[in-house]
Structure formats: structure tokens, C-alpha cells
Design a protein around this ligand. Structure first.
Ligand SMILES: [Zn+2]
Length: 256
């Protein structure tokens, strides 16, 4: 475990450097991500760490594409809270795995990472595709970028992302069954993310550019609240849906 932690040190530093230079993460967020990577490598092993590095790279690429297409829904560099909300569940799963070695922890870890990937692909690329956006619970049409809004293209992309996760984890220690359970739980977790987005997340509209947004501030101005609980941010929703995917994956794996 110590050897892997020592190997993780320069690797984490390199990835943090790349993430800051590419403006994917802010410096504190990159340091937190590096710390998480070292913990993941030490506790979960090479495949678990390799998986999150590949997924993180794919997310950064997706983010870059969305940014180049000038999607106003793709934000800037991710901060500490976002990294913590997205990485905490996976890291804790591996702490659980180290304390009580059972494959269900690993399946839960992969599910939480894939859920994040699926959600990123759906929200960053899905907003670029056309098509009707409907609220996942109320089924009424909503403006693009509204939390809880889903489109056929976005859902299909999320499913595709879960399939990529399945293929990448197929040959890991999870085995075909574990990989399938993790991918399924990740996709359902992504849908749960939209349900929470629809029902509880704070929804805002920019007073300057008129865009629907998940953020309290847009265009450097306080945005107008349209609904939901103002304190429930996208980060909270991401954290809860990662937890949902991980718990569901562990439960399904134990039952099957
Ligand atoms: Zn604005």
C-alpha cells in the first residue's frame, strides 16, 4: 500500500499540474484531486486509479469540446467543492474496501465514478445537441440547461458513457457481472441526479443574459430564483447521486 502511495505522489502532482494548466481545475481543487488519486491508488490499486484517471481525462476532453462550442452551460475550471462532491463517495468506498475487503466496495467505487462521467457527458454534450428538453418528473418542456431537464440526446449520451465505463472496467477485478452492475447503477444514478435536480435543486435565471442556470450568480450578477431550494446546489445533487449509484451498485452486487 505504501509503495503504491509513493508511486501516486508524482503521478498526482503531474495530473494536478495538467489540470491547472488546462484550466480544468483551480489550484486548490487540483491539489485535492491529487490527494484523492493518491488515496485511490494506495487503497484500491492500479486498476481503480487508472480508471479514474482515464475517466477524468475523458471528462476534461468532453468539457473542452463543450467550451469550444461556446455552450454557455459549460462552466469554467472546477473548484474544491465540485471535486469534493464528485470524488468523495468513490474515495470513501475504497476506504471501506481497505477496512473490510469485499468486492461490493469496488463495484460501488466504479459505479460512483461512472455516474460522474455519465452525468458530465449528458450535461456538457447533451446541451449541445438539439431536441426537446423535458423535466424528468413533470414531463413539461423546460429551457435547455435547466436542472432536472432531460433530452433524448442527453439520455442516449449518458447511456453511451455508462457503456464506455462498462467496457473499461470489464477486464478489471470486477469481472463482467461487477462491471455490468456498476454501469447500470451509474446510469440510474445519473437519472436520479435529474430527479433531484427537478424536485429539490435551486433553479435560477440570469437577470442579464436570461439563461436558465444552476448557479446563484451568472454574468457577475445575482440570478433570479425560479424554484427549488436555493441552498441545494448542483454539488449537493452530484454528491447525493454519486452516493445513490454507489449504494445501489453494492446492494445489487450483494443480491446477485
Ligand atoms: Zn448570464
Amino acid at each position: 500500500m505504501l509503495t503504491r502511495a509513493l508511486i501516486g505522489l508524482p503521478l498526482g502532482a503531474l495530473i494536478a499540474l495538467l489540470a491547472v494548466r488546462g484550466r480544468v481545475l483551480t489550484l486548490p481543487a487540483a491539489l485535492l484531486a491529487a490527494g484523492m488519486l493518491i488515496a485511490i491508488l494506495a487503497l484500491g490499486g492500479y486498476h481503480a486509479a487508472g480508471y479514474i484517471v482515464v475517466i477524468f481525462g475523458l471528462c476534461a476532453a468532453v468539457h473542452a469540446v463543450a467550451k469550444r462550442k461556446k455552450s454557455r452551460h459549460a462552466g469554467g475550471a472546477r473548484g474544491v467543492r465540485q471535486v469534493a462532491c464528485n470524488g468523495l463517495v468513490g474515495t470513501l468506498c475504497l476506504v471501506g474496501y481497505a477496512l473490510l475487503p469485499h468486492p461490493c466496495w469496488l463495484v460501488a467505487y466504479y459505479a460512483s465514478v461512472t455516474e460522474f462521467f455519465s452525468d458530465t457527458v449528458a450535461s456538457d454534450l447533451g446541451t449541445l445537441c438539439g431536441g426537446t428538453v423535458r423535466d424528468i418528473c413533470r414531463l413539461c418542456r423546460v429551457p435547455r440547461g435547466r436542472s432536472g431537464g432531460v433530452s433524448a440526446a442527453g439520455t442516449l449520451l449518458a447511456l453511451l458513457a455508462a457503456a464506455v465505463g462498462f467496457l473499461l472496467s470489464f477486464f478489471s477485478e470486477l469481472g463482467p457481472l461487477g462491471a455490468a452492475v456498476a454501469a447500470l447503477a451509474a446510469f440510474l444514478g445519473m437519472l436520479f441526479d435529474s430527479v433531484l435536480g427537478s424536485l429539490v435543486q435551486g433553479k435560477f435565471r440570469c437577470r442579464v443574459c436570461g439563461a436558465a442556470t444552476e448557479r446563484r450568480r451568472h454574468c457577475d450578477t445575482e440570478a433570479e430564483r425560479l424554484g427549488g431550494v436555493a441552498a441545494v446546489t448542483n454539488g449537493t445533487v452530484n454528491l447525493l447521486s454519486g452516493l445513490f449509484a454507489a449504494a445501489l451498485a453494492a446492494l445489487l452486487y450483494l443480491l446477485l
